[in-house]
Design a binder for this molecule. Structure first.
Ligand SMILES: [Zn+2]
Length: 327
């Protein structure tokens, strides 16, 4: 059963302590829950895959746990299990991407808001992608934010707070989720690999962490895809091949062709990328990264980087982070 669940579900954080890369938020929320002073309206803002809904679920558990430890949910009591299994009507998740009209709010959300909790202490409404709500839908919700029924907590999640009107924002306690640092992503991927008894080269993990661009869920989904291919140990070249990325060796040849003003060679490589359907954005990203490493290496070697001094050191390997700053 667990084998069939996606990695990002299986390894989802279940306590504030397990949340990666959002320490200030985890600490603030845990303390607010422990002190019983969490507001009734929370707004989680941040890029996709940075832990907003995972955190919302942890808050729901922490508020309802029968045996919490300093604000952390126990994970094993009747309430925690009911929330984990989605077996309670008192913790509800809804996505405004699919239910954003006033009728959705009236028919689905208002009854949930107005009825008191049935089997848990607190009712928690987790609403995702709330920037998709229509104005009418917000009008219907606003009244309940202004005068919330006892026991209810609203958790709004969004990637785009600029689309939420000030009257709503002013009633919510806002938490900004940051893109997760590469080192944090790499550490979690490594931990997953160890649990799964699989092996990946450090360069492969570093490449995945970079491609994830701050989103843990994307990193985990890519790892899932790679592990299901059965390749073991996983190398950076496997990541490139399986995810359809432009190869490090070709990126290096492209950079050299540009530096040498060798147009035929450069165009031939670009044509090859195009023929293989490689994503131009990823080509640009990897090229930029290679140039950055070259410049750092030049700086470390000579102090300044005018003209030819910036030429890439021969054999500079894209997949090798050693010595060069990646950022
Ligand atoms: Zn519990």
């Amino acid at each position: 059963m667990t084998e069939q669940l996606a990695i990002y579900r299986r390894y989802r954080a279940t306590t504030f302590g397990e949340l990666r890369g959002q320490d200030p938020i985890a600490k603030t929320l845990r303390r607010a829950v422990a002190d019983g002073r969490l507001g009734h309206g929370l707004l989680f803002v941040g890029p996709r895959g940075t832990g907003k809904t995972s955190t919302a679920r942890i808050v729901a558990k922490a508020l309802n746990c029968l045996a919490p430890a300093e604000g952390e949910p126990c994970g094993t009591c009747r309430s925690c299990i009911a929330i984990t299994e989605g077996a309670t009507f008192d913790v509800v998740e809804s996505n405004a991407a699919t239910s954003n009209r006033i009728d959705d709010v009236r028919e689905d959300l208002i009854p949930l808001i107005t009825n008191p909790p049935t089997d848990l202490k607190r009712k928690v409404l987790i609403l995702d992608e709330v920037h998709r709500f229509t104005n009418d839908a917000w009008d219907a919700l606003l009244k309940w934010l202004e005068e919330p029924p006892p026991g209810i907590v609203f958790i709004f999640c969004t990637t785009d707070p600029s689309k939420i009107r000030p009257a709503v924002l002013s009633r919510l306690q806002r938490f900004d989720f940051r893109p997760i640092a590469r080192a944090e992503i790499a550490a979690k991927l490594q931990a997953i690999l160890e649990t799964e008894k699989r092996v990946a080269e450090p360069a492969a993990i570093e490449l995945l962490a970079r491609l994830a661009d701050g989103g843990m869920r994307d990193a985990e989904s890519m790892l899932d895809q790679l592990l299901s291919s059965g390749v073991d140990p996983l190398k950076a070249a496997d990541v490139e091949e399986l995810l359809g990325l432009p190869g490090a060796d070709r990126i290096e040849r492209l950079a050299c062709a540009i530096l040498d003003a060798d147009a035929p060679a450069g165009l031939a490589i670009l044509a090859e990328f195009e023929a293989r359907g490689r994503d131009p954005r990823i080509i640009a990203d990897r090229l930029t990264d290679l140039v950055r490493r070259g410049l750092h290496a030049a700086l470390a070697g000579g102090g300044t980087v005018p003209g030819d001094a910036a030429k890439l050191p021969a054999g500079l390997d894209l997949s090798d982070g050693g010595g060069a700053t990646i950022g």
